[in-house]
Design a protein around this ligand. Structure first.
Ligand code: PLP
Length: 482
């Protein structure tokens, strides 16, 4: 241990504490000055070592000065949350231990099993054996694992050894999702060799939810055409509007048709903890798998996703490959985490999950989530009260989809409004007072505010509205001038 580690560690703690304390009064985000950006891009590889205090000085001057903005109570962009303080502290201890959570008998692997169970309990997913799960880098990776398990099970039911023979000889496997489904599902389908052509886009109901009748028709049509339906992907919190699909009819259909029901709850699954919106989540516990992100609504520092699987054996069957040097000697037969996914050496994610959940407790987390959904509904009201703005979807969880209205009903005005709304996020962001991002929903450019930070206030929401209107004026003014 180098003699100056303790001093540097204290200094690091101060730096981080000062940084976090200063966030709310600082601009949410600012473009990096060209020189600062260049300085990072062109950093030379040092030949000689640099002492710890100098490294900390660089962190203070060149890194902490240029944040993404997501720690700020007026950051409404994407679905990136502020870090939970207990989680921040946990990362230091986790790095100090630096285990590989692949398997073995040390604290991290047992804590991971406990925290996966906690996550399952929080969202009401069956947590008793044989259900299980694994922490991942995020929902994108969790989705790959779940789709792989679904694919493996479907092949096995056809008497096909997918792991030995690959997809050759199988009928095309088809999966079903909606246009609102996150792109990670398509990535997983493509990566697993199923072909995005076989990922059907199922129609939604007028309120934007996966339409069970349209799903049943699509499945029947594919069966009639000799294809092999195997997977339905529903969402607990869509990217665009935070909508939660009606799970019960989907679970009924999947049970009747022998399909794997996967739920993407990356951002929204934890919404089930809020009594005001919990009803929408009925039937989520009937899914075969649920992918979700503690690094979103729980504020666990990035990265941390989680795959929960009703039948852990299905996950293990898809991935377990135990070389002689990794044989499991544990008593309860769980084996190694590396048998349940792609990664061998795995980071100690569980400590920050444990710290984050334990610090707030179930009640504290539920209260934070309820605060966020109440803020989202309030923002929806503010948008509706503002004649220049329109709300594009009912506020269901904590995403508010809205836009600046077209100035008239003409096609030209509609096109101008689309161009304006498309340009708005960058203009709002540059102003530094709030941060919001855009998306396209039902063919319209819109702003999409995500409420994930319980420290956000009603004043912050009002400022968001004011800033959007001011940025719109700004853009219109510029357009007139040019
Ligand atoms: C963020 C998100 C994902 C992707 O998760 P990562 O953690 O970024 O890999 C998938 N689905 C939804 C609904 C999301 O919000």
């Amino acid at each position: 241990m180098s003699e100056d580690f303790r001093t540097a560690a204290h200094r690091a703690a101060d730096l981080v504490s000062d940084y976090l304390a200063a966030v709310p009064a600082a601009p949410v985000w600012q473009p990096m000055p060209t020189a600062a950006r260049e300085a990072l891009l062109t950093l030379p590889l040092p030949t000689e070592g640099t002492p710890l205090p100098e490294l900390l000085a660089t962190v203070e001057q060149q890194i902490l000065t240029a944040p993404m903005g997501n720690g700020h109570p007026r950051f409404f962009g994407w679905v990136n949350s502020a870090p939970a303080p207990a989680g921040v502290l946990a990362t230091l201890a986790a790095a100090a231990m630096n285990p590989s959570s692949a398997g073995g008998d040390h604290a991290d692997v047992h804590l991971e099993r406990a925290t996966v169970r906690w996550i399952a309990e929080l969202v009401g997913f069956p947590a008793t054996a044989p259900a299980g799960g694994i922490l991942t880098s995020g929902t994108s990776m969790a989705t790959i694992l779940c789709v792989a398990a679904a694919r493996h099970r479907a092949a096995a039911r056809l008497g096909h050894d997918l792991r030995a023979d690959g997809l050759a000889g199988l009928p095309p496997f088809t999966a079903y999702a909606t246009a609102e489904t996150h792109s990670c599902v398509r990535k997983a389908v493509e990566l697993l060799g199923l072909g995005s052509r076989h990922l059907r886009t199922v129609a939604t109901t007028p309120d934007g939810l996966l339409d069970p009748a349209a799903l049943a028709e699509a499945v029947a049509a594919d069966r009639a055409a000799g294809l092999h339906p195997f997977l339905v992907v529903a969402s607990a919190g869509t990217v665009g509007t935070g909508a939660v699909d009606a799970f019960d009819p989907l679970a009924d259909l999947c049970a009747a048709e022998g399909l794997w029901l996967h739920v993407d709850g990356a951002y929204g699954a934890f919404g089930v903890l809020d009594e005001a919106v919990a009803e929408q989540y009925a039937g989520m516990d009937r899914a075969d798998s649920l992918a979700l992100d503690p690094h979103k609504w729980l504020g666990v520092p990035v990265d941390c996703g989680c795959a929960l699987v009703r039948d852990a054996a299905a996950l293990r069957a898809a991935f377990s490959l135990v070389p002689s040097y990794l044989r499991d000697e544990s008593a309860d037969g769980f084996g190694w985490f590396s048998e349940y996914g792609m990664e061998q050496t795995r980071p100690f994610r569980a400590l920050k999950v444990w710290a984050t959940i334990a610090h707030r407790g179930r009640a504290g987390i539920a209260a934070d989530i309820a605060t966020c959904t109440a803020l989202a509904r309030r923002l929806g009201e503010l948008v509706q009260a503002e004649p220049a703005l329109e709300l594009l979807a009912p506020v269901r969880t904590s995403i508010v989809a809205f836009r600046v209205r077209a100035e008239s009903e003409t096609a030209a005005a509609a096109a101008a409004a689309d161009a304006l709304n498309r340009a708005l996020p960058a203009t709002v962001q540059q102003r530094g007072n709030v941060f919001v991002t855009g998306a396209v929903y039902e063919g319209k450019e819109l702003l999409r505010a995500c409420l994930l930070n319980a420290a956000t206030t009603e004043q912050d929401l009002k400022l968001l509205v004011t800033e959007v209107l001011a940025a719109a004026d700004d853009l219109r003014g510029r357009r007139v001038e040019s």
